[in-house]
Design a binder for this molecule. Structure first.
Ligand SMILES: NC(=O)c1ccc[n+]([C@@H]2O[C@H](COP(=O)([O-])OP(=O)(O)OC[C@H]3O[C@@H](n4cnc5c(N)ncnc54)[C@H](O)[C@@H]3O)[C@@H](O)[C@H]2O)c1
Length: 271
């Protein structure tokens, strides 16, 4: 028996990295999965983004656990496409009780400052708002309660050490995610829907050069201090974040809402 038997989880950015790991971890606990990802390159992102084959791999891994999955290529910036993905997925799998707003981009490519700012804010903040707003009405209507987790970052509580527009946008957007989380926690409390955020330190995913911190620091030495953790580890594994999420969305955390849960190897405390 899993802790999430009979539940359906809507997860964005699920083609790879943390999102794929969350899909697999929640499926291990018995949840069926609606997996959304853009699977395309964006203009101001300086590393390779996911491809359709990545999302197919997430499907394979979830199905190997004997769970059902509906995978949709959609952009979290497009509220209509996201609503369609949510509606199609829940029509096939049942009422959604878990939402993980994980999709995000890190800045990097050379692009005009205003474009860098806009793209990062559009995905990392507006995309999180879109993810909540397509799910919340039916979660309230179904009356089954539920749990929403918004992925932020240590950058949600620490100022950027640089003035690059993309880094400012990343930091501002992740701070904004906490405003959304706290507001939704208040609004949704009476409906027994809990809303929390996880704040990872560097995670071993393609966004962070697969955890190769020396490579990041080579390109942006001013980031060195903000990447230092208290514990002797440079980057945590996606599954470390997934384990926190699996706890947050389960009944074991039934009275946890409006909270920021750092999975940061002591990074925030280290400042
Ligand atoms: N990797 C880190 O060091 C780190 C640290 C703190 C927080 N985070 C956050 O964790 C989350 C997951 O990132 P990750 O580390 O797994 O990186 P990743 O690049 O491996 O995965 C992110 C996924 O989101 C998808 N995505 C990006 N833009 C999208 C859009 N507009 N619509 C739909 N899908 C989109 C990507 O295609 C990709 O599959 C992000 O919100 C990120 O900001 C990452």
């Amino acid at each position: 028996m899993g802790k999430l038997d009979g539940q359906v989880a809507f997860i964005t950015g699920a083609a790879r990295g943390q999102g794929r790991s969350h899909a697999v971890r929640l499926a291990e606990e018995g949840a069926d999965i609606i997996a959304v990802d853009i699977c395309k390159q964006m203009k101001t992102v300086g590393y390779k983004m996911s491809r359709p084959e990545d999302l197919e791999e997430t499907v394979r891994l979830v199905e190997a656990l004997d769970r059902r999955i509906v995978a949709v290529e959609a952009d979290v910036r497009d509220g209509d496409a996201l609503q369609q993905a949510f509606d199609d997925g829940s029509a096939q799998l049942g009422a959604v009780t878990i939402v993980v707003a994980n999709a995000g981009v890190g800045p990097g490519a050379v692009a005009p400052p205003a474009e860098q700012w806009q793209e990062v804010v559009d995905v990392n903040l507006t995309g999180v708002w879109n993810t909540g707003r397509v799910a919340i009405p039916s979660m309230i209507e179904n009356g089954r309660g539920g749990a929403i987790v918004l992925t932020s970052s240590t950058g949600a509580v620490i100022g950027s050490p640089t003035n690059y527009p993309g880094m400012l946008a990343y930091t501002a957007a992740k701070h904004g995610v906490l405003g959304l989380m706290r507001s939704w926690a208040n609004f949704l409390g009476p409906h027994n829907i809990r809303v929390n955020s996880v704040a990872p330190t560097t995670v071993r995913t393609p966004m962070a050069n697969n955890g190769d911190v020396s490579l990041i620091v080579k390109h942006a030495p001013e980031l060195a201090n903000s990447l230092a953790n208290a514990l002797p580890v440079e980057a945590v594994e996606p599954r470390d974040i997934s384990n926190a999420i699996a706890w947050l969305v389960s009944d074991d955390a039934r009275y946890v809402t409006g909270s920021l849960i750092p999975v940061d190897a002591g990074n925030i405390n280290w400042r």
